[in-house]
Design a protein around this ligand. Structure first.
Ligand code: 5RP
Length: 232
């Protein structure tokens, strides 16, 4: 296992230990969040954790959770989640986040917004002073008229690329939409940008998670850092 993977594993397992028996849990998506899912599965199997139910944020995570025997619930059954553990592509010092590198931003945000405690787990490569420094903002758009969303994002100053899959064909999300990766450079006013994106027909969701995270866990070669901010 390379060092970055080992750090992701540490962060995921540390976060999984925040889950207590009886909790309703959101399961994130990606190569960091998967370690939390696996640890929760292990703890259920050993009996260290009991009586939890979970909502996964992607088809991939659903398959992993099912294979580990983690009991899943629907939004009909759960109005609120106690904790969600998820990765990030970038996180700033105020715990604002860019997500969607794995294409699951819409489901991730739907789960995050019913979560009391959103725990973001990263290795140090994800930490930035200002969002946008190293990563484009994934924007999920409907297929119809997607080019007009590209023009709109360009009019806001972004350089835009349609996300492609490994086969070189357009990448489709679990919801059947496209992703435009919009590079705005450093984002000085996240809320102003997010507001413009939310008002645009055809844009389904953005990967900007503004003031949603309550905890940040960073696993670095020097040890574990756990920063706690707001809890909804
Ligand atoms: C998926 C995500 C991921 O959490 C994000 O891309 C980080 O992924 P990884 O832990 O694999 O680096 O937002 O949509």
């Amino acid at each position: 296992m390379d060092q970055q993977t080992a750090l992701k594993k540490k962060a995921g397992e540390f976060a999984a230990d925040l889950v207590e028996s009886g909790m309703r849990v959101g399961l994130g998506t990606g190569s960091t969040a998967i370690w939390a899912v696996r640890r929760i599965g292990e703890k259920l199997k050993s009996g260290e954790l009991t009586d939890i139910v979970a909502i996964p944020t992607s088809i991939r995570t659903t398959e992993e959770a099912e294979s580990l025997g983690i009991p899943l619930a629907s939004f009909d059954e759960l109005k609120e989640l106690d904790i969600t553990i998820d990765g990030a592509d970038e996180v700033d010092g105020r715990l604002n986040v860019i997500k969607g590198g794995g294409g699951a931003l819409l489901r991730e945000k739907i789960v995050a917004q019913i979560t009391k405690r959103l725990v973001i787990i990263v290795d140090p490569s994800k930490q930035v002073n200002l969002l946008g420094e190293t990563w484009a903002v994934p924007i999920e758009v409907v297929h119809f008229g997607w080019e007009s969303q590209k023009h709109f994002l360009e009019s806001l100053g972004a350089t835009v690329e349609m996300r492609l899959g490994e086969d070189g064909e357009p990448f489709f999300t679990d919801g059947g939409n496209l992703i435009l990766d919009a590079n705005f450079g450093r984002i000085y006013n996240i809320l102003a940008l997010e507001t413009k994106l939310q008002q645009r027909a055809g844009i389904v969701e953005s990967g900007l998670f503004f003031e949603m995270a309550s905890d940040l866990i960073v696993a670095s070669p020097d040890g574990m850092q756990h920063i706690q901010g707001r809890i909804a």
